[in-house]
Ligand binder design. Structure first.
Ligand SMILES: Cc1cc2nc3c(=O)[nH]c(=O)nc-3n(C[C@H](O)[C@H](O)[C@H](O)COP(=O)(O)O)c2cc1C
Length: 438
């Protein structure tokens, strides 16, 4: 009879309650001996992180839980009510930085081990010495998954085992080349071990036997290959955090790369723009996309001429005029321009200046909201922007060059493109400085 590949996972009985200062490897070795399981070449031990944390004394009183989470956190990913999903200093994205009240004395919480890879290496080294055979070690912890209900155990520390086995480039049984497959072997074994460990049963260690080909002579890269960096994470933030972040990411960009702008991305941003609030259920915004370089140049040349005429009229010196005109260069360097326009169709007519002025302002602020939507949406597309005012100062010229209807009022111009450099950091602004409460 032929059988397929198989391996065994054995819960290790006989582990005592671990206390601060205990030698976990020695306790595991004693349990391996007393249980008769022993150690065979190529065994992989899966050790619950909790017992390592206990041995390391990584216990704090529950009152210090939030401070402990702060200390373990490098990045807030999402907040849901009192729960914080964070990236820990080890790189793991997990609820409450893994600070956990289960399987510890009431009134205390346990932190993740200081360095789970180092713990795995040290246990592996001790047991390899004790038994004279190569041993792999996985330190495991319980994680939730973003797209699935329920928790599973995953690896948080790994030694003498490739945590991630990259199968890209190999072929399946149909001859198709595998493009993306990388097996999260250490996670799979951590989950398998959970089936025989079990939090409630006081079995914190399992032995995986029969997969000796996975055990490597060197300690290896640890758990690192399983950690996805925030830069490569399509979902590096929770939904509401990402929405808020988009607003903060919008910054005025004044120097662009020459990379062309995707008109489809701009159209998606316009779709966001035209969801702005507006008076009287109107839709008073239009966006002129200047996709032709010739049209952009014609507009900027005509605007520069009009501006120069204004400055001559103001009696500025020729040098001062040249200097000022140079400030308009940001638009010339941009690979794409958008002219937002206000069309105050549907505005109510008032006989007096006070009400007529307020009515006009309603439409103007609505245009501001639409342009802000546009800029934020462009930022989410990875596009920088600068909203500059110039077209507002020469509306007739703009209408004439762009052949726009008389009732379209240009409301500045938005330069769009990939930012040539990261914007200077902006110190956070305290909302209270901008708030009056009555
Ligand atoms: C209506 C309006 C007109 C603007 N005009 C110009 C301009 O002519 N030139 C310019 O460089 N920036 C202009 N800006 C951009 C501001 O200078 C910019 O928003 C400000 O420096 C804050 O930087 P941030 O957008 O990165 O937060 C304008 C912004 C608005 C809202």
């Amino acid at each position: 009879m032929t059988t397929g590949a198989k391996y065994e996972v054995l819960g290790l009985p006989g582990m005592p309650e671990v206390r601060r200062g205990d030698d976990v490897a020695a306790l595991i070795g004693d349990a391996l001996d007393s249980s008769g399981i022993g150690a065979e070449a190529g065994d992989i031990l899966v050790v619950t992180s909790k017992i390592i944390s206990k041995a390391e004394g990584r216990i704090v009183v529950a009152a210090d839980r939030e401070a402990a989470i702060d200390a373990e956190t490098v990045r807030l990913v999402a907040r849901r009510g009192p729960t914080r999903i964070v990236q820990t200093r080890h790189g793991f994205v997990m609820a409450a930085a893994g600070v956990d009240a289960s399987n510890t004395e009431p009134g205390t919480v346990l932190l993740l081990p200081e360095d789970p890879d180092a713990s795995a290496r040290s246990i592996a080294a001790s047991l390899a010495t004790r038994y004279g055979v190569p041993i792999g070690v996985i330190v495991s912890d319980t994680f939730g998954r973003p797209w699935r209900e329920g928790q599973t155990d995953v690896a948080v520390g790994v030694a003498h085992l490739d945590a991630l086995v990259d199968m890209r480039g190999s072929r399946d049984s149909f001859g198709n080349e595998l493009q993306v497959t990388a097996a999260a072997v250490a996670d799979e074994l951590a989950a398998a071990a959970e089936m025989v460990k079990g939090k409630a049963d006081g079995v914190p260690v399992a032995v995986v036997r029969g997969l000796g080909h996975l055990v490597t002579p060197g300690a290896g890269a640890g758990v690192g290959p399983l950690i996805r960096d925030a830069e490569n994470d399509m979902f590096a933030l929770g939904t509401s955090e990402a929405m808020r972040e988009a607003v903060f990411r919008r910054r005025t960009v004044r120097s662009f790369t020459s990379e062309p702008v995707d008109g489809a991305a701009v159209r998606r941003a316009v779709a966001a723009a035209v969801t702005a609030p507006a008076p009287h259920h109107t839709t008073p915004w239009r966006f002129v996309l200047l996709e032709s370089e010739a049209v952009r140049k014609a507009l900027l040349d005509a605007m520069a001429e009009a501006w120069e005429a204004d400055l001559v009229g103001d009696r500025f010196s020729p040098e001062s005029i040249t200097k000022r005109l140079r400030r308009g260069e940001v638009l010339r360097r941009a690979p794409y321009l958008v002219v937002p326009c206000l069309v105050a169709d549907g505005a109510h007519a008032y006989p007096d200046a006070r009400r007529a002025g307020a009515e006009r302002e309603m439409f103007v602020v609505s245009t501001g909201a639409a342009v802000q939507n546009l800029l934020v949406a462009l930022a989410t597309e990875g596009l920088g922007s600068a909203w500059v005012s110039s077209t507002m100062f020469c509306r007739d010229v703009v209408r004439q060059v762009l052949d726009l209807p008389e009732e379209w009022d240009p409301m500045g111009v938005v330069a769009v493109g990939k930012a040539a450099e990261a914007p200077a950091s902006r110190p956070p602004r305290d909302p209270d400085a901008f708030i009056a409460v009555r």
